[in-house]
Design a protein around this ligand. Structure first.
Ligand code: SAM
Length: 277
């Protein structure tokens, strides 16, 4: 199915809304969310909650038409494609009526986001549709800033790895790169900790969960971590001391020397687990 006409009047904004702190939203993102009437929000299951929607609702933007689009957590490519196409059609129908709408995504839209697949589907099926992507602060940037840990300097190299399926390539990356960021940790937390221990990198690693949110948690002592579910909505940053000589010591709050104490450790509060966002 191809849309060769230009009957679509509206424009879709793919808006990165950052890690969850309303203050970490860009001015452009706020401007667009204020302007549009319809905001599309992704979620992982029909009955589930949308993490992105909770973040946007906390902005108190007034009366908005939220449309939830489901993108299930499945490896079945055909099934996923049918959901992307269905979502694309819903968006296009809306843009025949309205001059603009936004699809929001946590962090940055071009980093491991469902928005990427949606955009590809829109581009190939509705080539006349106008789109614009608004960058957002990614989880790993927010996490590093939160603990005051510089990620890269001089000629250093960084790798970002998703560990949702397995730990393939992680050992090599930990040897090769000065900084390694692990995302989509989920149920792989324990095996990651085992590998870091084996490679004597535990002291060089920090886990930051719900960065930039009220229930942010910083875990320095990964070996003693009891909450094995903490892998959800978390990143692990490894600064390889064997390559770079030192790893800054955190203060009592778990922050590193250069950190501004922006948000002290807060009690963990229930928060929807993020899926395909
Ligand atoms: C589907 S990816 C989305 C990444 C997002 N587009 C970004 O730029 O951060 C979801 C993964 O991002 C990370 N993530 C997203 N928000 C986070 C947060 N507030 N704190 C820690 N990690 C987060 C987690 O690793 C999670 O498994």
């Amino acid at each position: 199915m191809r849309n060769g006409s230009n009957e679509i009047k509206g424009k879709l904004y793919g808006v990165g809304i950052g890690p969850g702190d309303p203050k970490l939203l860009t001015l452009r993102a706020k401007e667009i969310l204020n302007e549009v009437k319809t905001i599309f929000v992704p979620k992982a299951s029909e009955g589930g909650k949308s993490c992105a929607r909770s973040i946007v609702e906390a902005l108190a933007l007034g009366d908005k038409n939220f449309i939830e689009l489901t993108f299930p957590m499945t490896k079945d490519k055909n099934k996923l494609q049918s959901y992307w196409l269905n979502a694309a059609k819903i968006i296009v129908e809306e843009l025949k009526k309205n001059k603009a709408a936004a699809f929001v995504t946590i962090g940055d839209p071009f980093i491991y986001s469902t928005y990427i697949y949606l955009l590809e589907t829109l581009r190939s099926n509705f080539p006349y549709l106008e789109t614009e992507t608004i960058p957002g602060i990614s989880a790993f940037g927010a996490a590093a800033a939160s603990i005051g840990l510089p990620l890269l300097k001089g000629d250093e190299k960084m790798a970002i790895l998703p560990v949702v399926k397995n730990l393939k390539g992680l050992k090599e990356a930990l040897k090769e790169f000065d900084t390694v960021v692990l995302m989509k940790i989920g149920s792989k937390l324990e095996s990651i900790i085992r590998l870091l221990k084996k490679m004597k990198l535990l002291a060089s690693s920090v886990l930051i969960s719900h960065a930039g949110q009220a229930n942010e948690r910083i875990v320095r002592d990964l070996a003693s971590l009891e909450d094995k579910n903490l892998g959800y909505l978390s990143v692990i940053i490894v600064r390889n001391i064997s390559r770079r000589g030192h790893f800054p010591n955190p203060n009592r709050r778990g922050h590193f020397p250069s950190a501004l104490s922006r948000s002290p450790l807060k009690e963990s509060v229930p928060y929807p687990k993020v899926g395909a966002e």
